[in-house]
Ligand binder design. Structure first.
Ligand SMILES: Cc1cc2nc3c(=O)[nH]c(=O)nc-3n(C[C@H](O)[C@H](O)[C@H](O)COP(=O)(O)OP(=O)(O)OC[C@H]3O[C@@H](n4cnc5c(N)ncnc54)[C@H](O)[C@@H]3O)c2cc1C
Length: 381
């Protein structure tokens, strides 16, 4: 990455903007092409684990900035459907031992904070990337309006429906998990949800939860097995379906206007043959989309960028750096996709008996095992 190295990034989500910030800090010329005009609200927020908070701090978004876009988590309580705590996770204590807090993050605010680290005009909104290819030592992208942009490196950070993945490996089928979900922001009900808490509810045939994202709000989410063609549930249907769950959930649905509820289809992708084509490289969901059940997609995107930038910095040849990036990330990403599938089954068991056995196993788990699980999540191991 010497001289006038230019990088074009398709997609201004977590992966694309983190890549832009990390490369800009090294003095590299970057441009981000994002098809949406506003901040994309496709999730209201997510858990940023300690290891990714550490990476973001290296890129200039330290604890002070993360406190502005989210809230440090002290405790995560896994509860069963009726609200009994089955696994208390000491996230704050464990994260501090690892060197950085874990956070509940407001996604649009994090994206805005990342964009704020870049010179004005770096993120070109409303400019969708239609396709890309390589030419000698260069690569190019073609925008929807037909304009072509040449670069020394093209990063495909265009999410689960990636156009650049098609350029790299051809058409890929998405795998439908069979679940649908929704999420929203709502005022945090202080009397039943303490500050700095994340509550994850493992139910029978679905899951739910809420996390304190600071400034008096929490993000909440629900998932359910999709029935026939029903892609969405109305607020009234949700109130009916979750009436007997932990009282936190009906209270949060009640407090949220229908128009504020964001709906999610839950898909992942099977491992793809490669993440690169000469000077085009895939990162984040474009390379390895997973369902949200492992709570790691955004964290994996940040981790991808840390490894990619490190390899680009440490090697003379760009193509060697891309090979090294892919070989150090691919197996891990495939493992996380599998973990997402396992967590989907575990947290949404349909059989009431199996759900009861699961709950009993967790309730009787030793404190040191709860700490071990917390450490695995917070450290990304
Ligand atoms: C309900 C839900 C809950 C989740 N919870 C968590 C969690 O707790 N922890 C966690 O780590 N992860 C979580 N995730 C996953 C996480 O949100 C994703 O893994 C993460 O956003 C991936 O980042 P990305 O930048 O690769 O893709 P995205 O964030 O999807 O960004 C892709 C960007 O590319 C743009 N784009 C797409 N196509 C084009 C194009 N052709 N040209 C230009 N721009 C384009 C899109 O508009 C978008 O802005 C959750 C996801 C969902 C749906």
């Amino acid at each position: 990455m010497q001289g006038n190295f230019k990088v074009a990034i398709a997609g201004g989500g977590v992966a694309g903007l983190t890549a832009a910030v990390a490369l800009h800090r090294l003095g590299i010329e970057v441009a981000v092409y994002e098809k949406h005009y506003g901040s994309q609200q496709h999730t209201t927020g997510f858990t940023l684990w300690s290891y990714s908070a550490d990476r973001l701090a290296e890129f200039g978004l330290g604890p002070d900035r993360l406190d502005e876009v989210g809230c440090a988590v002290e405790t995560t309580e896994v509860r069963n459907q009726s609200g009994r705590v089955i696994l208390p996770m000491p996230v704050g204590e464990v994260s501090r031992k690892l060197g950085a807090d874990s956070y509940e993050i407001r996604r649009p605010d994090l994206l805005q904070a990342l964009e704020g680290e870049l010179p004005t005009g770096t993120v070109r909104r409303g400019e969708a990337v239609r396709t890309a290819d390589v030419a000698g030592e260069k690569a190019w992208i073609e925008l929807d309006d037909g304009d072509r942009v040449e670069a020394d490196l093209v990063i495909g950070a265009d999410g689960i429906h990636s156009a650049l993945r098609e350029v790299v490996v051809g058409p890929t089928e998405l795998r439908d998990s069979g679940y649908r979900g929704c999420s929203a922001l709502a005022p945090r009900p202080e009397e039943i949800m303490p500050a700095q808490t994340h509550i994850d509810i493992w139910g029978k045939g679905g899951k739910a939860g809420a996390g304190d994202v600071g400034r008096g709000d929490c993000r909440w989410y629900l998932t359910w097995k999709k029935k026939e063609d029903e892609e969405r549930q109305t607020r009234a249907q949700l109130l009916e379906a979750y009436r007997d769950w932990d009282p936190l959930m009906p209270e949060l649905i009640e407090a949220t206007p229908e128009s504020e509820i964001v709906h999610h289809a839950m898909f992942d992708i099977e491992p793809i043959a490669t993440w690169r084509k000469k000077r085009i490289i895939l990162v984040g969901d474009a390379a390895h989309a997973t369902t949200p059940f492992a709570a790691m997609g955004a964290n994996m995107a940040i981790e991808d960028i840390a490894v990619l930038v490190n390899e680009l910095q440490g090697r003379d040849s760009t193509e060697e750096a891309l090979v090294a990036y892919e070989s150090s990330r691919k197996q891990r990403a495939e493992d996380i996709v599998q973990k997402g599938r396992r967590m989907s089954r575990l947290t949404q068991l349909h059989s009431p008996f199996a759900a009861w056995v699961r709950d009993q196993l967790f309730v009787h788990m030793a404190e040191k095992d709860a700490e071990r699980i917390t450490r695995e999540m917070a450290s990304g191991d």
